[in-house]
Design a protein around this ligand. Structure first.
Ligand code: DGY
Length: 321
């Protein structure tokens, strides 16, 4: 009998055809709606591999009952939705999709910074609402990006590509990370500093950290209070790293200048969320790595990782330690 692979979202045939030729594929047939938890739990009992999205919680309840499961290929670089420790305990490999999305996510991060700083969404709404009556000296005047100080929190692969883009804008680059990144310091001239120094000096604070017990709630009232009054906060890491109520109050009360957010505490964010009422908050629906080319590469890498494991070969991007 062919090994069974459960794919938790409808994916294009072209991306999964190699797997289709060799294995039995059970694919959830919705593109925009996640597989319901009960169905995921039920189906997982008999599968050899799971190709999951960040919307699925892969916890002990699921892993312990998935007796045949050999691999969880999470179609994202982040894997905070997967209990890796438990998977390891049960001998299940966990794979993610680093590298293939690095530049695409760095592009989005820098674009979000620019759009927020230069008030482009407000400007578009201004035209659409018929408010543009005349050129005027300070019409929708934003904040300069070039020659300003960028503070990157979480200097991984994406962070270093954001720094590279910032260098092209003659920015002064600071970073804070668990470990020093000498290559980024040497190649790009980024300077390592403490979290507090970064918060106090940066004009743009960009969070690209993964969600871990150490980073959860890292940005709260105290941290926003340390930032410059016109600082712009960008989050493309994970929502729960930020206390959203504190962020809302900081932006609303002018403690900081604005925010650009691609990730939220709860996704999808409720359309009535107070953050969405602020003109100087730009909110995107978690599209950091969402270009057609990159999403295809992420799916293909996930498929290839599954294939490697099912053939008892070493996967390309294993997460388990
Ligand atoms: C990731 O890869 O972790 C993104 O957040 C989802 O594409």
């Amino acid at each position: 009998m062919k090994p069974i692979i459960l794919i938790t979202r409808k994916l294009p045939d072209a991306a999964i055809k190699d797997l289709k030729n060799q294995y039995h594929i059970d694919m959830w047939e919705e593109e925009d709606v996640p597989i319901p938890r009960e169905i995921l739990l039920e189906k997982s009992k008999n599968v050899d591999a799971l190709l999951t999205m960040i919307t699925e919680k892969i916890d002990e309840e699921l892993i312990a009952n998935a007796k045949q499961l050999k691999v969880i290929a999470n179609c994202a670089v982040g894997y905070d939705n997967v209990d890796v420790e438990t998977a390891t305990k049960y001998g299940v490999a966990v794979c993610n999709t680093p590298d293939v999305l690095t530049d695409t996510t760095a592009d989005l991060t820098f674009a979000l910074l620019m759009v927020t700083a230069r008030r482009m969404i407000e400007a578009e709404k201004y035209i659409q609402n018929g408010q543009w009556k005349s050129w005027s000296p300070f019409l929708l005047a934003g904040k300069d990006i070039h020659h300003k100080t960028l503070g990157i929190v979480g200097m991984g692969k994406i962070g270093s590509k954001v720094a590279k883009r910032a260098k092209g804008f003659d920015m002064n680059i600071l970073y804070h990370n668990r470990t020093r990144k000498i290559e980024v310091e040497e190649e790009i001239g980024a300077k390592y500093c403490s979290f507090e120094e970064l918060l106090r000096t940066a004009d743009f604070v960009v969070c690209l950290a993964p969600l871990t017990p150490e980073t959860e709630g890292m940005f709260q009232k105290e941290q926003f209070n340390m930032m410059k009054k016109d600082a712009i906060f960008i989050n493309v890491g994970r929502g729960p790293i930020v206390n959203e109520q504190d962020l809302y109050e900081a932006v609303k009360n002018g403690v900081i200048g604005g925010a650009g957010l691609d990730v939220f505490e709860k996704e999808p964010i409720d359309e009535t969320h107070p953050l969405l009422t602020l003109p100087n908050v730009v909110a995107l629906p978690h599209i950091g790595s969402s270009s057609v080319e990159t999403r295809m590469r992420m799916i293909q890498l996930s498929c290839s990782n599954i294939d490697q494991i099912l053939k008892e070969k070493i996967p390309h991007t294993l997460v388990n330690k």
